[in-house]
Design a protein around this ligand. Structure first.
Ligand code: PLP
Length: 395
């Protein structure tokens, strides 16, 4: 019998990944599925990135790189990524990783001891909690209140205990698409400073902003806050290269050194051709991010009236990111569909099996309500998905 380690008990595959893979598997079997569960842009690789990748591959860039990432790439990231410019990082304060996921995991390995507590504003992307638990830490969930899901320092303050070590924040947030208001963020940062807590700030969606919103909600935080701040970023969503696995973390040099030591044993370095390609892409005048943002905003606006018409959905208008989170109450849905064994997972399964529409259930974000719709597929498919949803509810 295989005996899994105690550390892994209770850890299951990421629910967001599961939802995406279920949809793909059905499609591979020939089922006509509208995949609104994807956490990545479903679009061809941009021609600029494809050209840079061809160039990089011709350069024979197939060897290990520096563990923390190619220096030129680190220089470009600290110089070009808006979030990091606001805090003026040096290349020694940055590590390039196999996606933001790896950066988050390395931060937790570097900082958390057994039984340390990590505060997570909820709804949250379940990987945050799974990673914290994997390194032996405990999760303290702070439930934000619908419909605004507003972050407040009072809610965070109530969750702080002598064991608290870290607060994880994600803005724009997955799944709600909320950008945390600057005054609340400032208060949380002050609170963290007072209690000597680390803030891990996941900015994976910070480039994907709607309505000309300002991403840099951390600008204006006290200078000292930088000493206990880890900013995590990703090229997966902004540049549509999720499968290449490229992300980064910026933090004080001592933490970056610790994360680099872990990376040297865990994976050596981030994908080499992706690093070389991004040097080329970030050196040019790339318009990729602007195009992506404009397209996502257009899709949000195109489906918004339809989302609002479906009374069961209760959509939350996103400030940015890749998703629209809908506050679906499973009881209402199950009553309409005569489903007896009711849960938000049952709702997602019903939609998949009977309407051919894949969405991510709120359980992937520690919620018993809610469905996340991804804006990552073209508008006609999004509209078709909503038509199927309506039709199913009207049958
Ligand atoms: N952080 C958040 C909040 C996410 O939602 C995701 C992906 O869904 C990631 C990080 C993962 O990003 P990456 O592909 O760079 O690992």
């Amino acid at each position: 019998m295989v005996v899994i380690s105690d550390r892994l008990k209770g850890t299951t595959t990421s629910k967001t990944t599961e939802a995406r893979q279920r949809a793909r598997a059905l499609r591979d079997q020939g089922v006509d599925v509208i995949n609104m569960a994807a956490g990545e842009l479903v679009a061809p690789l941009s021609s600029e990135i494809a050209a840079a990748a061809h160039g990089a591959l011709k350069e024979n860039c197939h060897l290990y790189t520096e563990t923390a990432g190619l220096r030129k790439l680190r220089e470009l990231i600290v110089a070009r990524v808006a979030y990091l410019r606001a805090f003026a990082y040096e290349p020694e304060e940055l590590i390039v990783t196999g996606g933001a996921k790896a950066a988050l995991f390395l931060s937790m390995v570097a900082l958390l001891n057994s039984d340390d507590e990590v505060i997570l504003p909820s709804p949250y992307w379940s990987t945050f909690a799974a990673q914290a638990r994997l390194v032996g830490a405990r999760v303290r969930e702070v439930r934000l209140n619908p419909p605004a899901y507003e972050l407040t320092s009072a809610l965070i303050g109530e969750a702080i205990t002598p064991r608290t070590k870290m607060i994880i924040m994600n803005s724009p947030a997955n799944p709600t698409g909320r950008i945390w208001p600057e005054p609340s963020v400032l208060e949380v940062v002050r609170l963290a400073q007072k209690h000597n807590l680390w803030i891990v700030w996941d900015a994976s969606y910070a480039d994907l902003l709607f309505d000309r919103r300002n991403p840099s909600t951390l600008v204006g935080t006290p200078a000292g806050a930088r000493e206990r701040l880890i900013i995590v970023g990703s090229f997966s969503k902004s540049h549509g290269i999720a499968g290449w696995r490229l992300g980064y973390a910026a933090a004080p040099a001592e933490i970056i050194r610790a994360m680099t030591a872990v990376q040297s044993h865990a994976s050596s370095n981030a994908n080499s051709f992706a690093q070389h390609t991004m040097i080329e892409v970030l050196s040019g005048s790339e318009k990729i991010v602007d195009r992506t943002c404009a397209e996502l905003q257009r899709r949000r606006d195109a489906i918004w009236p339809r989302l609002e018409t479906l009374s069961i959905l209760n959509p939350i208008r996103p400030d940015g990111g890749l998703y629209v989170y809908c506050d679906v109450n499973p009881r209402d849905y199950c009553a309409a569909r005569f489903i007896t064994s009711c849960s938000i997972d049952a709702v997602a399964t019903d939609l998949l099996e009977n309407a051919g529409v894949a969405v991510t259930p709120g359980s992937a974000f520690a919620q018993s309500n809610g469905l996340r719709i991804s804006l990552s597929i073209p508008e006609p498919q999004l509209l078709e998905g909503l038509t199927r949803f309506e039709r199913l509810l009207n049958t």
